[in-house]
Design a protein around this ligand. Structure first.
Ligand SMILES: NC(=O)c1ccc[n+]([C@@H]2O[C@H](COP(=O)([O-])OP(=O)(O)OC[C@H]3O[C@@H](n4cnc5c(N)ncnc54)[C@H](O)[C@@H]3O)[C@@H](O)[C@H]2O)c1
Length: 255
């Protein structure tokens, strides 16, 4: 499938990589619907896309809310006249150790269940709901197939302090593989991308000394750019013999 002329839905398009994907896809001639929680961020992405060749239309929707996902798929389908590609990009993290003992008091603090659940809801249940509704809509409309791109993370290999995030991002890669098997009969391909450290607001919010320490562990000695991750998104969309696999784009970082 060519990006040019395709109809794409991107989640989390009001910031970071989701905004970069939305703008790059529209620049390359796709029509793009995107969702996010932030009204201001949605307006900013739409304004940045004003002069691009593709249509760009934002919607408020929480990917972890089943009813909102159903509405989003219907609204974006109607706005673009169908959908060919889904990019499951929206994600959050809420880091912390599983247990942590206070050196002075001996008290053992437990990682809160609520923070575990928030990340599982957005980063794993979100892509599950989005992909289910995207696939169902294509099948019901007797569409010509499609592509699902899942944004995982290098943390999928297990990153200390990220029980919730690592589990969600590893689960997303497992689902990428099994959805490839389940959905191939409907002409739907899947692919995942596991980025390393990428220059987005998440990284920009880190203390500089912590960022420097993290970058030292990257063989290429720098963070990646959202555009470099877009290269992988475009590859997954355009390579018709690619499905079910995860591409690590991480500068060689090993956790
Ligand atoms: N930046 C990195 O270094 C990095 C590395 C590996 C993986 N990732 C993954 O890439 C994706 C994008 O990350 P980013 O760095 O661009 O983050 P970001 O915070 O800049 O953007 C994420 C966007 O998702 C939106 N969002 C959050 N929860 C949502 C929900 N429930 N429903 C709809 N939208 C929601 C946010 O409002 C935000 O606009 C995430 O899945 C993240 O886990 C990022």
């Amino acid at each position: 499938m060519q990006v040019k002329g395709s109809k794409v839905l991107v989640t989390g398009g009001a910031s970071g990589m989701g905004r970069a994907f939305t703008l790059a896809l529209a620049r390359d001639g796709a029509d793009v619907a995107f969702c996010d929680l932030s009204e201001d961020g949605i307006a900013e992405t739409e304004a940045a896309a004003a002069d691009l060749p593709g249509i760009v239309k934002g919607f408020i929707a929480n990917v972890a809310n089943e009813a909102q996902v159903v509405d989003l798929i219907n609204q974006s389908w109607d706005a673009l006249g169908g959908l060919d590609v889904l990019v499951n990009n929206a994600g959050i993290f809420r880091d912390g150790l599983l247990v942590k003992q206070d050196r002075e008091t001996g008290e053992v603090r437990r990682f809160p269940l609520a923070k575990w659940q928030q990340v599982i809801d957005v980063d794993l249940t979100g892509p599950f709901l989005m992909t289910r509704e995207f696939a169902a809509k294509i099948i019901e409309s007797r569409g010509k197939g499609g592509v699902v791109v899942n944004i995982s993370s290098v943390a999928r290999h297990g990153n200390m302090g990220q029980s919730n995030y690592s589990a969600a991002k590893a689960g997303l890669v497992a689902d990428t593989k099994l959805w490839a098997g389940e959905l191939a009969r409907y002409g739907i391909r899947t692919g995942a991308i596991a980025p390393g450290f990428i220059d987005t607001p998440i990284l920009q919010g880190m203390p500089p000394e912590m960022l420097e320490r993290l970058i030292k562990g990257v063989p290429l000695r720098r963070a990646g750019s959202p555009e470099e991750i877009y290269t992988a998104v475009k590859f997954i969309i355009e390579c018709d013999y690619f499905t079910g696999r995860c591409i690590d784009v991480d500068g060689g970082l090993t956790l």
